[in-house]
Design a protein around this ligand. Structure first.
Ligand SMILES: NC(=O)c1ccc[n+]([C@@H]2O[C@H](COP(=O)([O-])OP(=O)(O)OC[C@H]3O[C@@H](n4cnc5c(N)ncnc54)[C@H](O)[C@@H]3O)[C@@H](O)[C@H]2O)c1
Length: 350
């Protein structure tokens, strides 16, 4: 039997609304929720280039799963979905998520990540106010933010729940603005809000524009591995299965009003990550020294040097389980085997 909620309602009649469930993290979360939680899952997604129905093939057949094609910035679509499906929890992941795109197209990030979040918060608050008794008590709004809202960490520094928001990129600024709106709804209307700040995720079904899949596919094809600047930017890489277990723990056991930082606890430079990918490919494909393909390119403007978080929150009873050296082997293997998914991702760019 599934774990359900600790002290909160969860049965086959209640439901969770996941926005952005056709994306990288969202599709893993949908799959985990259907497998482990006793609830219907409503996936609300606009299916932008980053949202792929191919990532949801298993879920699509599940009797507890519903897909709603919609835009979080459209008030009527959001309100209608809430009234029809009456979720106990909203897990808000829908976003424009690629930092490079935010540098070339900032207004799109304000539209989806700021306005979209505000529209969803507004509809969620009105819906929550319409609930009564246990349903109202059980309701939670979980905002999936990012560790990038804190800006660049100094050497040895780890962001904590009280670190100030100092976003550097338009992407991070849009996520910080979404957080401010969410906090204002908690403060003004009492919305039971939890904020999650996860570190960089990696794993299967991540759109190939992101560092790890991009490098895997380029190295497998024998193409240059374009590494920004000196490649010594540090990130804490969290396996997507661990990240989604963490989000579920926040939804089940998190305390409304609190912020939760989720990370693996270990930082790697981009160069170390690319070296690890090259080693996997040399081993798997019998390639020779794939690292020779590494080519330094001009650094990204405003590129944060380092992200690192302290993710201690005993009430979650969560800790990451997948070491990077195992997760990266599984991830490389997945990208080598799932060529039809890669074709679908490439086609969705038009
Ligand atoms: N990937 C990471 O490493 C990472 C790390 C920390 C936080 N996050 C956050 O986690 C969330 C998910 O990230 P991801 O990497 O899975 O993103 P993704 O880009 O893979 O997926 C985003 C999803 O949101 C959907 N979407 C976009 N605009 C929408 C709209 N207006 N209405 C409805 N749906 C819309 C897309 O169709 C897609 O399915 C984001 O909020 C992101 O900021 C991601």
């Amino acid at each position: 039997m599934s774990s359900g909620y600790d002290g909160r309602m969860a049965d086959s009649q209640s439901s969770v609304m996941i926005t952005g469930g056709a994306g990288f993290i969202g599709s893993t979360l949908v799959r985990q929720w259907l497998e482990h939680e006793r609830e219907r899952v409503v996936n609300f997604d606009k299916l932008t280039y980053a949202g792929l129905p191919e990532s949801l093939e298993e879920a699509a057949e599940h009797p507890m799963y519903t897909f709603v094609h919609g835009d979080v910035a459209e008030p009527a679509a959001v309100a209608g979905t809430l009234l029809e499906h009456r979720p106990t929890t909203i897990l808000h992941l829908a976003a424009e998520s690629h930092v490079d795109r935010s540098i070339s197209e900032p207004p799109l990030f304000a539209q989806t990540n700021v306005l979209g979040t505000c529209v969803l918060l507004d509809a969620a608050t009105k819906y929550w106010h319409s609930l009564a008794g246990k349903q109202r008590e059980a309701f939670r709004f979980v905002l999936i933010s990012t560790d990038e809202v804190f800006g660049s960490a100094a050497p040895g520094e780890h962001f904590t729940t009280s670190s100030p928001l100092r976003p550097s990129s338009p992407y991070a600024a849009s996520k910080a603005a979404a957080e401010h709106f969410a906090q204002s709804f908690a403060h003004t209307y009492g919305l039971p809000l939890l904020i999650v700040n996860p570190t960089n995720h990696y794993g299967p079904r991540q759109f190939p524009e992101k560092l790890i899949p991009k490098m895997i596919l380029a190295a497998a094809a024998g193409e240059p591995l374009m590494l920004y600047g000196d490649g010594l930017h540090e990130r804490d890489w969290l396996n997507v299965e661990d990240g989604c277990r963490g989000i579920r723990a926040v939804a089940r056991r998190g305390i409304p009003g609190k912020r939760y930082l989720l990370g693996s606890g270990k930082c790697l430079t981009n160069r170390e990550v690319v070296n690890a990918i090259c080693d996997c490919l040399d081993e798997r494909l019998g390639n020779k020294e794939s690292t020779r393909l590494i080519a330094a390119v001009a650094d990204r403007p405003g590129h944060d040097r380092r992200y690192a978080v302290e993710s201690a929150a005993p009430e979650l009873q969560w800790q990451p389980e997948v070491p990077f050296n195992e997760g990266i082997v599984q991830t490389v293997e997945w990208y080598l085997e799932n060529t039809s998914w890669i074709d679908a991702a490439t086609a969705s760019l038009g």
